[in-house]
Design a binder for this molecule. Structure first.
Ligand SMILES: Cc1cc2nc3c(=O)[nH]c(=O)nc-3n(C[C@H](O)[C@H](O)[C@H](O)COP(=O)(O)OP(=O)(O)OC[C@H]3O[C@@H](n4cnc5c(N)ncnc54)[C@H](O)[C@@H]3O)c2cc1C
Length: 298
């Protein structure tokens, strides 16, 4: 592969992906790339002709099927890591920066309204793609501009007004265009108040979510005017297990990997939940988690 001489990052063939997901589940990537930085990512996209390209942030909102992903998976957590203060209470965060690092930097700068991102375990790129949010706020409420990259490795600045954010989604990226940075604006206050808000949010999460177990967070989207967790709990499903996948006793919308869960176990358990909630409430739950890749063919 000639393009390897033009890039500096880590390239692998048939590379296991489970360790790159918070669920610790999934088959291998046919090809895998971990760039060193933004310019290296651009060089990779320009020179590598492998298709399709799938981007992973920190893998905290994906279920990768047991047959893995065809084409090339680009993993951004730990690269594209630049974080800097701009004017007007604005921060530029590259796509591989973790939400927790951004939150800590905002505390340090006395920005008081970034605390809602505390405890969301993904990257800024993933948060932009999913319009991550909690406690009444979402990331796109703070976006001024984003930087994107396309399949040819061309980088563009695009205004927030070119995008339409929705519930755990945003519309506006072209086919084969990805976020490489966000310019995010927050309100200024004082450091102690910012720190206090973060602590309160982390405490709320610890009380209500199984944050020390392998999961993808909420598996299903909340239906209008209701909570998926309430519906699942009322169907008596807490603690139900298929193979190594178990519905959390602490939060009914979390599925835990007990250690050896396969993606098929999770998908079967998701189907049980969908069927039971449909039967009892006539509501069709929609997955929030993104299912990627191929099932293993028997
Ligand atoms: C314990 C726990 C708690 C959670 N709590 C919350 C919560 O409160 N609120 C919430 O919103 N989410 C929550 N999540 C879900 C998840 O953390 C968020 O959706 C997060 O924003 C995903 O980021 P990621 O980097 O892990 O993305 P990934 O899971 O790697 O990717 C998610 C999707 O985004 C795409 N993507 C990733 N990076 C980019 C990029 N740079 N450009 C374009 N597309 C990209 C991927 O292709 C994929 O389709 C939780 C998850 C866990 C495990």
């Amino acid at each position: 592969m000639k393009f390897l001489t033009k890039i500096k990052g880590e390239f692998h063939q048939n590379h296991p992906l489970a360790i790159y997901t918070s669920w610790q589940i999934g088959g291998p990537a046919e090809y895998f790339y971990h760039p060193t930085d933004l310019l290296d990512l651009a060089a990779f996209l320009k020179n590598c002709k492998l298709e399709p390209v799938v981007l992973l942030g920190a893998g905290t909102n994906v279920l990768i099927r047991d047959g893995g992903i065809k084409g090339v998976v680009i993993y951004l957590r730990g690269s594209l890591n630049a974080l800097s203060e701009l004017d007007d209470f604005t921060i530029r965060a590259e796509a591989g920066v973790s939400c927790s690092r951004l939150v800590q930097q905002c505390v340090h700068l006395s920005f008081i309204d970034a605390a809602f991102l505390a405890g969301i375990p993904g990257t800024i790129g993933g948060a932009l793609a999913m319009n991550a949010g909690a406690f009444g706020d979402t990331i796109w409420n703070h976006v001024i501009t984003v930087e994107t990259i396309n399949r040819k490795g061309e980088i563009k600045n695009r205004a927030a007004s070119e995008f339409t954010p929705g519930y755990r989604k945003v519309v506006g990226l072209a086919q084969d265009e990805w976020f490489v940075a966000g310019h995010l604006q927050f309100a200024s206050g004082n450091e102690a108040e910012a720190q206090k808000r973060v602590r309160e949010i982390i405490q709320k999460r610890q009380e209500t979510q199984p944050i020390n177990q392998a999961s993808c967070g909420s598996v299903f989207r909340n239906p209008p005017n209701d909570y998926a967790a309430r519906l699942i709990e009322n169907c008596g499903l807490k603690g139900m297990q298929v193979g190594g996948a178990k519905i959390s006793e602490k939060h009914a919308n979390f599925i835990i990997n007990e250690g050896d869960a396969k993606a098929t176990d999770v998908e079967k358990l998701m189907q049980v939940i969908i069927d039971m909630v449909q039967q009892r409430y006539n509501i069709t739950l929609q997955p929030e988690v993104l299912v990627l890749g191929e099932a293993i063919k028997n």
